[in-house]
Design a protein around this ligand. Structure first.
Ligand code: NAD
Length: 229
């Protein structure tokens, strides 16, 4: 059977969940990557049966395994030491992109991934217009929302079966002016779209995989609600 890894799932409302559900419905085993600050909440929802695991065709699916993932960090060395004192990261380990790639390989061998989904974004200054955005806010948006895809293809591409596919989620604000999508998030989506073309060329040749992005319509996810406020 095929296996998917969906990065950016922490509840059952967002695009990541919908994609995971559709892939499970098509017969894939689905592993997810969850941001450490929301991992505890997500696991409690799952344990209490509060996540809607129904399949469109009837029946139920389940997650094969949840991996903690913070896509701001490429390797353990990149994780700032202050995070060890951060309550939201307490007891969570191996959440850098490389450590998740290593864990996937340890758990399932290599190659083990057919479909890699990047469904995550973060822009700490998203509610500020671009013209008011700080350098730090801009770079944080690019780091979490665009470079994270480059790093995932770099580090998980070697785990992918030839013929596999990578997909990420973009937004129209990367192509046209959408007031309110600030903090460098529009810049991050422009970068994501440009990088998708280059990564498709490079990873196509290196790993025999496709790389695409979908410019998704507005959805009232947790992340989108942070933009509106
Ligand atoms: P969502 O809240 O379901 O998903 C975003 C996820 O990113 C969350 O689970 C969050 O915990 C995670 N995340 C944030 N920072 C992270 C980090 N550093 N490392 C790992 N994970 C991190 O919301 P969504 O709207 O479904 O977002 C999924 C994707 O879809 C994003 O790329 C978003 O930009 C894109 N998108 C959303 C809309 C929309 O209207 N909701 C429209 C177009 C594109």
């Amino acid at each position: 059977g095929k296996r998917a890894f969906v990065a950016g799932v922490a509840d059952d409302n967002g695009y990541g969940w919908a994609i995971a559900r559709a892939l499970a419905g098509a017969g894939a085993s689905v592993c997810v990557g969850t941001w450490p600050p929301v991992l505890g909440i997500f696991q409690r929802l799952r344990e209490k049966g509060r996540l809607d695991f129904s399949l469109e065709q009837g029946g139920e699916w389940d997650i094969e395994k949840v991996y903690p993932l913070d896509a701001l960090y490429d390797t353990l060395d990149d994780v700032p030491t202050e995070l060890a004192d951060d309550k939201r990261y307490r007891g969570v380990e191996k959440f850098s992109i490389q450590e998740v790639a290593d864990a996937l390989e340890a758990d399932h061998g290599s190659p083990c991934i057919d479909v890699l989904v990047h469904s995550l974004a973060n822009g700490p200054e998203v509610s500020k217009p671009l013209v008011e955005t700080s350098r730090a806010g801009y770079l944080a948006a690019l780091s979490a929302s665009a470079y994270s895809l480059v790093s995932m293809v770099q580090r998980m591409g070697p785990l992918m079966r030839p013929g596999g596919a990578v997909v990420s989620l973009s937004y129209l604000a990367g192509e046209r002016v959408i007031p309110g999508y600030g903090g460098g998030m529009s810049s991050a989506k422009s970068a994501l779209e440009g990088d998708t073309r280059t990564l498709a060329y490079e990873a196509g040749r290196r790993y025999g995989i496709r790389v695409n992005t979908i410019s998704a319509g507005p959805l009232a996810s947790r992340a989108a609600k942070a933009i509106g406020s």
